[in-house]
Design a protein around this ligand. Structure first.
Ligand code: 13P
Ligand code: SF4
Length: 309
């Protein structure tokens, strides 16, 4: 049996599902039950009746799935898969940031540790950050760790001051305004799309800003044929694959060849197979912080559901 068939057999035997982020190596989709952005995958984690969730993504995503599923096994196939942005904010830094700006609601990006979530009011993802901040009805908000997502949200709101922590994603940071300007010259008929983790001078001059899944949806439904993608390479790879398989006749060009999150690329099909066999690496969350961290994520889910009504 090939590795894909072996994984699919194990999934059935163990009543497991595999959730995969759009930045994973593209072959992971062959075994994934759901592929998407962090909010979509959190919703799928919250809904599942499976006994085991294998999270093909990075640590904070698997941790969030565990917060939504205390009694299920949540496995991260490769323990090296961290997030450089989440690592930029530890508990001491968070407390110092809050102390410097007392009595202001705190919003943490889902790209943060469970310890940080436990001390914040509400969480958000790139696709719902605007709705989450609006739901607070606050004049000022502390936003962490991603300064660029915070700045992007502030730009879209009148009369809300977003005080941002200094974190950022080193992968998206590599994309510069001059790359967008060059792409405009090279591909004058292309639509240019970027993730809100990109620098402000980048998101200011592109045609569309959205989460990984929103970028993919935009490209799928657009009447345009040529797109330049300013986010991690996994998104461009999936779009070119989907265009080929579904005869969209569309072309997707990465803004640069080196926009790769190495942590996302640690997962292999062998890791997923091993993790289903050994049931490693299990996500454990300290009992002392579990409920508070869960509340931070549940508040996000409730705020977004209420907004949708
Ligand atoms: P999404 O919310 O678009 O999945 O982004 C998560 C992430 O880590 C992007 O770098
Ligand atoms: Fe973290 Fe950046 Fe990788 Fe996303 S792309 S997981 S923010 S390091």
């Amino acid at each position: 049996m090939d590795i894909i068939s072996k994984i699919n057999t194990l999934k059935k035997e163990k009543n497991a599902i595999i959730l995969a982020h759009c930045y994973q190596p593209v072959e992971i989709d062959e075994v994934a039950d759901y592929v998407g952005d962090s909010f979509y995958l959190s919703k799928k984690a919250a809904e599942t009746k499976a006994d085991i969730i294998v999270f093909a993504g990075v640590h904070f995503m698997a941790q969030s799935a565990k917060l939504l599923n205390k009694d299920k096994k949540v496995l991260l196939p490769n323990p090296k898969s961290g997030c450089a942005m989440a690592d930029m904010l530890n508990l001491n830094d968070l407390r110092a940031f809050k102390n410097a700006h007392p009595n202001i609601p705190t919003v943490c990006y889902i790209n943060s540790t469970a310890e940080v979530k436990a001390e914040c009011d509400i969480c958000c993802t790139s696709s719902n950050a605007l709705d989450v901040v609006k739901s607070l009805n606050a004049k000022e908000v502390l936003f962490m760790p991603d300064r660029y997502l915070g700045q992007w949200i502030e730009k879209q709101l009148d009369n809300v001051k977003i005080i941002t922590y200094s974190g950022y994603c080193p992968t998206h940071y590599k994309i510069e305004a001059k790359d967008i300007e060059n792409a405009r010259v090279l591909y004058p008929n292309a639509k240019i799309l970027a993730h809100p983790e990109c620098r402000r001078d980048v998101t200011n001059i592109v045609d569309f800003v959205g989460s990984t899944k929103e970028i993919m949806e935009y490209c799928k439904t657009s009447k345009d044929k040529l797109f330049v993608i300013a986010t991690e390479k996994g998104v461009t790879d999936r779009l070119n694959r989907d265009s080929l398989n579904n005869r969209w006749g569309k072309t997707f060009i990465p803004i640069k060849d080196n926009i790769i999150c190495e942590h996302m690329k640690f997962t292999s099909l062998e890791d997923i197979y091993n993790s289903l066999i050994t049931e490693n690496y299990q996500i454990e969350i300290n009992e002392n912080i579990f409920d508070d961290a869960k509340k931070c994520i549940s508040s996000m889910m409730n705020a977004v559901t209420a907004g949708a009504r």
